[in-house]
Design a protein around this ligand. Structure first.
Ligand code: NDP
Ligand code: 2IT
Length: 448
């Protein structure tokens, strides 16, 4: 049995109740085969893959808080500090009822390679809670965030572990958490990223994941002789990543015709009105039905009632920006049948393994999330730099650094794929390019 197969078997046995984690490990280890085979003896002796698949440490804690009726509620909090070989743990906090340890581990595992791809000194971590901010009052959200941080603050710090936003965690939640950290620890430090601009946040961090997704997609298309201008794009999601992906796609001359949330989706034949979308989602925190009500060119589709989703719409480019496993084999078949040329993942692991394979086999350019959505965490690292030097850079300065990082990521993964004889396979390229730096750092640091 090869070393990769041996480790895969062990990881499956040990984590059998964590399907999302196993899916992420499966994809990464399988695509690392050429590198592992070239160094099999050393890596095996050093148990490098076993170490990479085992978090350095993980915390699970009680988060009690009082709701607006005076009732005590209890949620579970998590932080997984996965790998610190190349820098302090870095990664977001997801607040969503579906959160469990397997989901946090899959996200933390992906984050190791994503953070490495950015070229910046950040290790991999992730956290969150099964708390649902949806429908809660600002006071309830604050009560939860303060309780969550009261425990989390014991394990994080500007040079230890720096959390940020993810699903359900935006500027409001980061603000409440930062305030509580400062109050308990008495430290005004860059312990979180995605902060507000008046207290250490970076310009362009809000836009960074969506903008970065488009910078990388544009570079991938260009290098395959395709101009993004005039192309039709389907976006899923209607949150932070989806909104700014839509905005940048439009700035680059493409037309985005769909967005979605967990209950339904919009087809807008005139192209999505980003300002209206921001008003509905960021300001009013309302459903997409509200967008449709205010825009005559938009049609709302109820996901459950119709059993449909945005991937049924004809497009040149698909950008899944909502959540994991939201684009399955059936969706991939519909995209291919409709002539889709490229898929780039704004979300983490939105495409199932069989769908990814089908897209690649049918000639669709496929940019995996750990590369395509790395602009968010890269800009978080730029926020950490600004906090360390106690300066703030202009929007243009941050945005141009972000663009350079995304263009470099594309060429690094394109080169890595070519080096190992997998030209055009950006999944293999991203995993290899991300892995090499982490592996070298781990080997140099001994058995830790
Ligand atoms: P937001 O919370 O801002 O938005 C999430 C969007 O996805 C919402 O429209 C939400 O709909 C929808 N969604 C969430 N969960 C589900 C679900 N289970 N089924 C269907 N739709 C769902 O999150 P972000 O935009 O920040 O994150 C989106 C994705 O991008 C995630 O995979 C995240 O991990 C990834 N990502 C985020 C980065 C960031 O900087 N924020 C960086 C890199 C990756 P609804 O409003 O109905 O819940
Ligand atoms: O998945 C991700 O990369 C994020 N949610 C952003 C993490 C960060 O530290 O900015």
């Amino acid at each position: 049995m090869s070393y990769v197969d041996e480790v895969l078997a062990k990881v499956r046995e040990k984590n059998s109740a964590e399907p999302e984690f196993l899916q992420a490990v499966d994809e990464v280890l399988n695509s690392l085969r050429p590198v592992i085979e070239a160094n099999e003896e050393e890596y095996k002796k050093q148990a490098l893959l076993e170490r990479i698949c085992e978090p350095e440490r993980q915390f699970k804690f009680r988060v009690p808080w009082v709701d607006d009726n005076g009732q005590v509620q209890v949620n579970t909090g998590y932080r997984v500090q996965f790998n610190s070989a190349i820098g302090p743990y870095k990664g977001g906090l997801r607040l969503h009822p579906s959160v469990n340890i397997g989901i946090i581990k899959f996200l933390g595992f992906e984050q190791i390679f994503k953070n490495s791809l950015t070229g910046l000194p950040i290790g991999g971590g992730k956290g969150g809670s099964d708390f649902d901010p949806k429908g809660k009052s600002d006071r309830e959200v604050m009560a939860f965030c303060q309780s969550f941080m009261t425990e989390l603050c014991k394990y994080i710090g500007a040079d230890t572990d720096v959390p940020a936003g993810d699903i359900g965690t935006g500027a409001r939640e980061i603000g409440f958490m930062f305030g509580q950290y400062k109050r308990i620890k008495g430290l005004y430090e860059g312990v979180l990223t995605g902060k507000g601009l008046t207290y250490g946040g970076s310009l362009a961090r809000t836009e960074a994941t969506g903008y970065g997704l488009l910078y990388l997609t544009d570079e991938m298309l260009k290098s395959n002789g395709i101009d993004i201008k005039g192309k039709t794009i389907c976006v899923s999601g209607a949150g932070n990543v989806a909104i700014y992906a839509t905005q940048k796609a439009q700035q680059l001359g493409a037309k985005v015709v769909t967005v979605s949330d967990s209950t339904g989706w919009i087809y807008d034949s005139e192209g999505i009105d980003v300002e209206l979308l921001r008003e509905v989602k960021e300001v009013k925190r309302a459903r997409l039905t509200e967008y449709a009500a205010q825009r005559s060119s938009a049609v709302y589709h109820d996901k459950k009632a119709e059993g449909t989703n945005v991937w049924s719409i004809k497009c040149d480019i698909a950008l899944p920006c909502a959540t994991q496993n939201e684009l399955n084999l059936e969706d991939a078949k519909a995209l291919v049948a409709n002539g889709c040329k490229a898929v780039a993942e704004g979300a983490n692991m939105p495409t199932t393994l069989d769908a990814t394979k089908y897209l690649q086999e049918n000639g669709v350019l496929f940019a995996p999330g750990k590369a395509a959505n790395a602009g968010g965490v890269a800009t978080s690292a730029l926020e950490m730099s600004q906090n360390s030097e106690r300066l703030s850079w202009t929007f243009e300065e941050v945005d141009s650094k972000l663009k350079n990082i995304m263009v470099n990521i594309f060429h690094n993964l394109d080169d890595a794929a070519k080096r190992y004889g997998f030209e055009g396979d950006y999944v293999v390229g991203a995993n290899i390019a991300g892995f090499e730096k982490v592996a070298n750092a781990m080997l140099a640091q001994g058995v830790v």
